[in-house]
Write a protein that binds this ligand. Structure first.
Ligand SMILES: Cc1cc2nc3c(=O)[nH]c(=O)nc-3n(C[C@H](O)[C@H](O)[C@H](O)COP(=O)(O)O)c2cc1C
Length: 163
């Protein structure tokens, strides 16, 4: 049966959205069904129905974004014990750091007993001033390529039954 990759993301200024879209397009080329859902739309039933996951968030105030936290808060206990062992990867769009957002999502996905199958991917937009931070983001081609590689790896691994 065709496997499903669920990508849940949030994005305020567009960076994480471009990362998630790049991963989704590359994964779709590997023969899996890809569901790309904004964090506000994603429900626990979407989590339960998927075979693997990519979670993508901006790092805001050294944390995952509020809407990503809301998604995890809404789905964590309803999915606990029901998705153990499924593969996942993490993507973070940050101004200059991103490590704390990775750490937070890792704690959540470790609690779910998901299996991390790729290095967490952090893309830094180098936004430092308030104006730059609030401006729409364009992810450069080399970073888009990293997101495509991640999506393709998850998609191929799921399609081939490696995970
Ligand atoms: C309220 C706020 C807090 C932020 N805090 C951090 C931070 O703690 N560390 C960091 O590296 N970037 C921080 N940033 C920068 C964002 O991570 C960066 O602009 C990134 O591109 C946001 O992703 P997005 O375009 O998907 O919204 C912050 C941005 C905002 C708006």
């Amino acid at each position: 049966m065709t496997k499903t990759l669920l990508i849940v993301f949030h994005s305020m200024t567009g960076g994480t959205c471009q990362m998630a879209e790049a991963a989704a397009a590359a994964a779709a080329g590997q023969g899996v069904v890809v569901r790309l859902l904004h964090a506000a739309q994603a429900q626990v039933d979407d989590v339960l129905a998927a075979d693997g996951y990519i979670f993508g968030t901006p790092e805001n105030l050294a944390a995952i974004s509020g809407l990503m936290k809301d998604f995890f808060d809404r789905s964590y206990y309803a999915a606990l014990g029901r998705i153990e062992g499924r593969p996942h990867a993490l993507m973070v769009c940050a101004g200059s750091d991103g490590t704390n957002a990775v750490r937070q999502m890792s704690r959540i996905t470790t609690g779910w007993r998901l299996r991390l199958v790729a290095e967490p991917l952090i893309v830094c937009t180098h936004a430092q001033t308030p104006e730059a931070i609030l401006a729409p983001k364009t992810i450069p081609p080399e970073d888009v390529a990293r997101c495509e590689e991640l999506g393709a790896a998850l998609g191929a691994g799921l399609a081939m039954g490696i995970f």
